[in-house]
Write a protein that binds this ligand. Structure first.
Ligand code: SF4
Ligand code: SF4
Length: 319
């Protein structure tokens, strides 16, 4: 028997649409991260980081339900900070931002605190998360590094950037209100390895190989770059996808063609640049020709057609 569709929920739908409209009206919604967030280091796919740094895939607007989840996370964070104060932890420097790898690896720590009873005098970087019971049990059983590597990197990168050797990962079980504190020790070698990883990917003009061949299996299944990797989608057009762009520091770059600096805001304006040329590694086709005089690059696409990218205007010929 075919399952009946769930009953319509017009009021609930109205809540989600109103939340989405509120978020879209916030000027911060248009903000695109200059670099990658430290939690992105939790992926084993270098290509994912490389594509994110180049702003290749469309920006994703959060759904109303996701916005509510984020809000709940913020509320939980405040509750946990209040509980830590109750336990005698002295908190300072909340929401401090940090940057590593020339400003391309970025993040924010929830707080820095001293007075944890496990090590009263030791300063800790604090990362707070709330999660459903199954995830919380996995953290309890396996530890944050294994169960939530993205959170481990978030906390650990903050410790490395701020020069604080201990971290406290505080998680709340949203179903039972149980709280877990896991202390994390700074691993300087790992911090250096991750910073070098980002620096290497910033400088790299070739796309790292795909980590898997199956778009429906993790990590590809939930990756926002899936269409680029498996559906021959074209990347977005702006300075970061242009072969004339050179990454600088702290989100800024330089146009080698026009010999001018490109701030993150001006990099977005590259979408209208008449001399934009896609980085060949981003085009889902085989490069078959390049004409430096005409400033064009010619590709054979998977469907057998020829596509000319370049200053003379994009041409798409059947051959
Ligand atoms: S879709 Fe898969 S291979 Fe492509 S970037 Fe994402 S995780 Fe990596
Ligand atoms: S050529 Fe145009 S799109 Fe390319 S980096 Fe320079 S300004 Fe940006």
């Amino acid at each position: 028997m075919v399952a009946l569709p769930p009953p319509a929920q017009p009021t609930v739908d109205a809540i989600w649409r109103a939340r989405e409209a509120e978020a879209a009206a916030d000027p911060r919604s248009a903000y695109e991260g200059y670099g990658i967030g430290a939690s992105a280091l939790g992926t084993s796919c270098d290509r994912q980081i490389w594509l994110t740094l180049r702003w290749t895939s469309p920006q994703e607007a959060p759904t109303g339900r996701q916005l509510r989840i984020f809000e709940r996370g913020d509320i939980e964070e405040e509750r946990v900070l209040a509980d830590l104060r109750r336990a005698g932890v002295e908190l300072g420097r909340e929401q401090e931002r940090f940057a590593l790898a020339g400003g391309w690896l970025r993040g924010k720590v929830d707080a820095i605190g001293r007075g944890f009873l496990e090590a009263r005098k030791t300063e800790h970087v604090i990362e707070i998360k709330s999660m459903k019971a199954a995830d919380w049990r996995a953290v309890q059983k396996h530890g944050v590094a294994k169960a939530k590597p993205e959170h481990w990197h978030q906390l650990h990168a903050g410790m490395a950037a701020l020069g604080i050797a201990r971290g406290a990962y505080v998680t709340v079980n949203k179903d039972t209100e149980e709280i877990l504190v896991e202390r994390v020790r700074l691993d300087v070698e790992e911090a250096n390895r991750q910073e070098a990883r980002v620096e290497r990917l910033v400088a790299e003009h070739e796309a790292p190989l795909k980590i898997a061949d199956n778009a429906e299996r993790p990590p590809c299944r939930f990756c926002r770059h899936k269409a680029l990797c498996f559906e021959a989608a074209m990347p977005r057009r702006h300075c970061r996808t242009c072969l004339h762009f050179a990454f600088g520091r702290d989100g800024a770059g330089h146009c080698m063609r026009l010999d001018e600096p490109r701030s993150p805001q001006r990099q977005q304006e590259g979408m209208d640049c008449p001399v934009h040329l896609f980085l060949p590694a981003l085009v889902p086709g085989e490069q078959v020709d390049a004409d430096p005089e005409a400033e064009t690059v010619t590709y054979r696409l998977p469907d057998g057609t020829t596509w000319i990218d370049g200053a003379a205007g994009e041409q798409h010929d059947r051959s």
